[in-house]
Design a protein around this ligand. Structure first.
Ligand code: FES
Length: 143
């Protein structure tokens, strides 16, 4: 039986369930679809003399490398945290300028300060953060 005929035989509701298993994000009881590994052994360099430097030029800018959010905070300092959220391990964390500059996960709305401490009740698990060290144009992100 071809795919189209198979889906037709199931009916519209079942076909929708098969094709769109997680339309509005996955809740905690949905089997942790999208779960990913929090980065470990992190140690890499971002060259700020190239395109990454332009992407991090202004306070509040951020880039994502190796599942790490590298941001220039609102004071102009570089901070870094896991792109993989500590709530349900979805790759949804970014840097946002609210509350003086925080990390926020777009999946269920967890918020963390720049040291990884949770700021709301969605999770009590801290977000993994990384050290940053700037030498000239080279920004090192490491554990
Ligand atoms: S995975 Fe739920 S808030 Fe990030």
């Amino acid at each position: 039986m071809e795919r189209k005929a198979f889906l037709r035989s199931l009916g519209a509701g079942a076909a929708f369930a098969l094709v769109f298993p997680c339309v509005h994000g996955c809740s905690s009881d949905s089997g942790n679809e999208g779960e990913q590994e929090v980065p470990t052994g992190v140690d890499f360099i971002v060259d700020l003399s190239g395109p990454d430097g332009a992407a991090l030029e202004n306070n509040g800018d951020f880039i994502i490398r190796n599942d790490v959010v590298v941001a220039r905070n609102l004071q102009g300092q570089f901070v870094a945290a896991s792109r993989i959220c500590s709530h349900e391990q979805n790759a949804g964390v970014s840097f946002v300028e609210t509350q003086g500059g925080i990390f926020e996960c777009e999946v269920h709305g967890s918020r963390f300060d720049q040291s990884g401490t949770p700021l709301n009740t969605i999770t009590s698990n801290p977000l993994k953060v990384f050290n940053t060290e700037l030498q000239g144009d080279l920004l090192r992100i490491f554990e």
